[in-house]
Design a protein around this ligand. Structure first.
Ligand code: NAP
Length: 486
């Protein structure tokens, strides 16, 4: 792997869950692979009153389970040498002194400010960094979701950050774009001629994108009450995945060439009229049930949740793209909590053969489909009909593994690792541009407005099921079924 220039990575929210589970382990891996230079520094900041040794002890104890076999004492010691800790309140301008002093030692370096805190602080952090003169031309900022809860609030945050950083310095992270199978889908589509002629309405019947979690709200009911599945998952991750599937071939892998094509998809999404929301969207809320054979309580019983809450923990939507390529092809998107499995996948269902010469009996719905799986495992499989060995002409679905993990022995990068590397290199291709984000909000807002105006509660589903029955009905109205029901 190519090494990086010397970097100062400033991690606001350095003691938080995301930093401990993903960001610090990703940086550790870059030390292990020799990508992060010895001179580079990781400057973690949070309010917790710790000294450097205290922070490192906390980081080692917390990160270690997430590093698994990758942990070794020697690499940790090399990693720890690069780590510094700044107890500070990021909202208070006067607490920036020690951080400014440390950064001032290397004004020429690439600086990456990673905002791993609540977005409520993004405006103040940007203003404070600006006022302290810490934003150089070599500086970048990485911002985490959620960037607002609607178009208006996302604009406010973008305006506030944009007062101090140019658009080319702002890296809006969507970690699904950093996942290996998503990269591989781009390689499959744009590195080969084979799929491109088939990648259109004539040959594709429907596309299904699922991100399902077994987890509930994990004690964060009060946060989730103001969010819900549509804002938390669909507006960002699911729509970004849809863009990767549906976009036209970009002219190059240049960030704006790719992001222009994604934006065109978002702008081509058929807008929802109020009467469409009832037939093309489903919102659900889990009630008590069992997940992985363990009994779990319903959402309305969770701490911090109103007993009559109308927050959706499940969303399914039929999206349509008004272009020559995709007219008439439904894209079904769904995401939910307390589902039977942790699953993230894209299913591209090709049309059945127009005339089955081997007889109907031999045809199943499980062939002619491409499945790109991001969780629980990472894979890309093309399911085709093949002849079963023997004297009868009997067909059976088999899959071609297009992932080639066996062919390439190199270690796979975690999504956050790849995206952090890209941010340090200044490569914006896998980050979301402001106009994309706003187009996504513009498309989902009529759904949110319509739901808010409707007094009905979301449809209940039993924890451990695939969502309310209305989710199956969403597809059956088109004579289709979700992948697991086929
Ligand atoms: P978290 O566990 O609550 O951590 C928040 C961090 O911010 C802590 O380090 C906290 O440390 C620090 N902090 C809070 N107020 C501060 C202040 N005034 N000045 C300086 N530091 C302050 O949250 P998280 O789960 O890590 O999430 C961080 C952000 O990423 C959130 O916006 C979240 O929505 C987003 N996100 C998280 C995940 C995830 O997997 N966790 C995934 C996607 C997006 P002190 O209390 O010590 O100050």
């Amino acid at each position: 792997m190519k090494s990086l220039p010397d970097v100062d990575m400033v991690l606001f929210g350095g003691t938080g869950d995301l930093a401990m589970r993903k960001l610090l382990p990703a940086l550790y891996q870059q030390v292990k692979t020799g990508t992060l230079s010895t001179a580079s520094r990781i400057l973690a900041a949070a309010r917790k009153p710790l000294d450097r040794a205290g922070f490192l002890a906390l980081a080692e104890a917390t990160c270690r389970p997430f590093l698994g076999d990758a942990f070794d004492a020697e690499t940790w010691a090399a990693f720890a040498e690069r780590v510094h800790y700044f107890p500070m309140d990021a909202v208070q301008a006067e607490s920036y002194g020690p951080l400014a002093e440390a950064l001032g030692q290397h004004p020429e370096r690439v600086r990456v400010f990673y905002y791993s805190t609540s977005p409520d602080f993004f405006a103040a952090m940007s203003a404070n960094l600006g006022a302290a003169g810490l934003i150089t031309t070599q500086s970048r900022v990485v911002v985490e979701k959620p960037l607002g809860h609607d178009l208006h609030s996302s604009r406010e945050i973008n305006d506030a950050v944009g007062q101090h950083f140019t658009e080319r310095q702002i890296f809006r992270i969507d970690h699904y774009l950093g996942k290996e199978p998503v990269q591989n889908l781009l390689a499959l589509r744009f590195g080969n001629v084979l799929f491109e002629p088939l990648w259109r309405r004539e040959w594709v019947q429907d596309v299904q994108i699922t991100v399902a979690e077994q987890l509930g709200v994990e004690g964060r009911g009060d946060f989730y009450e103001g969010t819900g599945a549509l804002r938390d998952m669909l507006q960002n991750h699911l729509l970004q995945l849809l863009c990767i599937v549906a976009m036209e071939p970009p002219t190059s892998s240049d960030p704006d060439a790719v992001r222009d094509e994604k934006l065109k998809v978002l702008r081509s999404l058929k807008p929802f009229r109020p009467q469409d929301v009832a037939t093309k969207t489903v919102r659900g809320q889990y009630k008590a049930g069992a997940v992985a054979s363990q009994p779990v309580i319903g959402y309305a019983e969770e701490a911090g949740v109103a007993p009559d809450s109308r927050t959706e923990t499940f969303v399914a939507v039929k999206a349509e793209i008004d272009t020559w390529r995709w007219a008439g092809v439904p894209f079904f998107l769904r995401s939910g909590k307390r589902m039977p499995e942790k699953l993230a996948e894209i299913v591209v269902n090709f049309r059945p053969v127009p005339h089955p010469i081997f007889g109907e009996a031999h045809h199943t719905n499980r062939a002619n489909r491409l499945i790109i799986r991001m969780q629980p495992d990472e894979s890309m499989r093309l399911y085709l009909e093949a002849k079963q060995p023997g004297d009868a002409m009997a067909l059976h679905p088999v899959n071609l593994n297009l992932d080639f993990a066996e062919s390439f022995k190199a270690r796979r990068l975690e999504a956050y690792e790849r995206l952090l590397l890209d941010a340090m290199r200044g490569k914006l291709t896998l980050f979301v541009r402001r106009d994309e984000q706003e187009a996504a909000w513009r498309w989902v807002e009529p759904i949110l407005d319509s739901w808010a105006a409707n007094e009905d509660r979301p449809k209940f589903y039993t924890a451990g099921s695939w969502g309310p029955a209305a989710s199956s009905a969403l597809l059956s109205r088109d004579g289709l079924a979700w992948n697991e029901e086929d």
